[in-house]
Design a protein around this ligand. Structure first.
Ligand SMILES: [Zn+2]
Length: 290
């Protein structure tokens, strides 16, 4: 088998935790933080879409900004030059929180549902167009919907204080994704772009439970060890996350204690480094078959 590119996309993998726990296999030969300053909102599908296309996809950012403005108590604080919708301004001023949330669900479409396959639907040029035998188990904006009714229920239970359904759900997602990855590694593909959302889902509620989280990070570290020991010497392995997770204050009352941090994670077994998620596109297609 000739050189393959193996991308391990781990949603929410936090650079600072990999560093703190010195997880050597996740770090590989070279590793770095990625800079997310180009994004008006740090939202999962927006950043994965940037990796896949080499650019910020404005229509994804817009879909999420619309909602962010509506939710924000100070809508002007959302980074953007665009004008704010009058009804958002009005609602945020006059309506109590509960009513506001009800209204937004009626007025605005769910941006996750709107954008989960936008790159395919609207035929954006992606990394996969440069390879003959690509494989992916689905990536946000490229066919992977990270929302589900089951997840929604598990989050509601977590907010009410019962973390077990969320933990079970996330670990089941990880298990299923992992099986797909190991099957794909046995097949003939020139690029494998694996993705899993389980860590992002977990960390929003588990970010303060360091010991639990350490176990999960160690499991990921072991998974990478197993993969890098079994692939060919020529195979390129990249590990990338959209953003990490950090503890936010004053959230204890609603149970959600983590929020997306302002940087992502990247590592390679080649020594290569990127500084922004958008740069991932060029890095990968550089390796394509001529
Ligand atoms: Zn994410």
């Amino acid at each position: 088998m000739s050189e393959r590119i193996i991308v391990l996309g781990i949603d929410g993998l936090e650079y600072n935790l990999v560093e703190e726990w010195d997880l050597k296999h996740l770090k590989q030969k070279a590793y770095t933080k990625t800079n997310l300053d180009d994004f008006g909102v740090i939202i999962t599908p927006l950043i994965w879409a940037a990796m896949l296309t080499g650019q910020k996809i404005q229509e994804i950012e817009d879909a999420f900004l619309k909602r962010a403005r509506f939710f924000s108590e100070n809508p002007g604080s959302v980074k953007s030059q665009q004008k704010q919708y009058w009804y958002a301004k009005m609602a945020s001023k006059i309506l109590p929180e509960k009513l506001k949330n009800k209204l937004i669900k009626k007025v605005l479409p769910n941006p996750f549902k709107e954008t989960y396959d936008v790159l395919i639907r609207k035929k954006y040029r992606t990394i996969f167009d440069y390879f003959e035998k690509p494989w992916t188990n689905g990536i946000p904006a490229y066919g992977r919907n990270v929302t589900s009714d089951e997840l929604k229920k598990a989050k509601e239970a977590a907010i009410a204080g019962n973390l077990t359904p969320l933990k079970n759900y996330a670990m089941q997602v990880f298990k299923e994704d992992k099986e797909k990855l190991f099957n794909a590694l046995d097949m003939d593909h020139d690029i494998i772009f694996w993705y899993t959302p389980f860590l992002d889902e977990l960390e929003h509620f588990f970010i303060t439970k360091k010991l639990r989280l350490l176990n999960v990070y160690m499991e990921l570290n072991t998974m990478v060890k197993k993969i890098s020991n079994s692939v060919d010497e020529d195979d390129v392995i990249y590990i990338i996350s959209d953003h990490g997770m950090e503890v936010v204050k004053n959230r204890k009352n609603i149970g959600i204690m983590g929020d997306h941090s302002d940087h992502g994670f990247f590592s390679s077994n080649t020594g290569e480094i990127i500084t922004r998620p958008q740069d991932f596109f060029d890095l990968v297609i550089k390796h394509r078959k001529q």
